[in-house]
Design a protein around this ligand. Sequence first.
Ligand SMILES: [Zn+2]
Length: 252
Amino acid sequence: MISRDVLVEACDKELQAERFKDYTVNGLQVAGADRVARVMSGVTASQALLDEAVAWQADLLLVHHGYFWKNEPVAITGMKRRRLATLLAHDINLLAYHLPLDAHPTLGNNAQLAHRLGFEFERSIDGELGSGLLWLGACPGGTKTNELAILVNEKLGRKPMVIDGHDGLIERVAWCTGGAQDMIAAAADAGAQAFISGEISERTTHQAREMGISYIAAGHHATERYGVQALGAWLAERFDIEHRFVDIDNPA
Ligand SMILES: [Zn+2]
């Protein structure tokens, strides 16, 4: 068991949460119990994940997608009320990190995805390592688009949607987890022959074909499962807490 404030401060510091301009609050979003013994992690603080946290008697829920997004209705009604009521009734802390958890050099979603897929990091295209979100690296040995898609399918356990925009060998790949399909132009400009992100828009198909870059939509949820798990494991190594990751299936 550990003090909630000590745990939150350690995460804030490790992820350099205050450095990011974000669409939501990074850090403690809803305060619950002062002491924490059980940390449950998950991608999104959906009702299904909250119910799992209640059943496991978690003291803290650690997520990538929390609440209080810019432009969301502020009134606490309906779905939002039910979610907050669940947290408050069971004294569960909600700790959320969005962009800081995408960008972290080792624990972040991009770093963890690269690790899973065996990419060798070269540089971050849109900022220095630690704040940049679009990463570039080598596919060891080079590969064709269809082989890369098979690798993604195998490693993430989800069939990706593939736009085969590049005919030849893929030696350099760019990636950004989540809903980053519009970074495809920056990825192509930086010399990548393939770009991997989570979601796809109608326009992404044409961009890929016309810019000669293959696009792999590997799933917003599927690409962002690994950062919170790494952060939860990092916490369990340092503090006297139990950590458990719960995957709430999401095909998007
Ligand atoms: Zn996301």
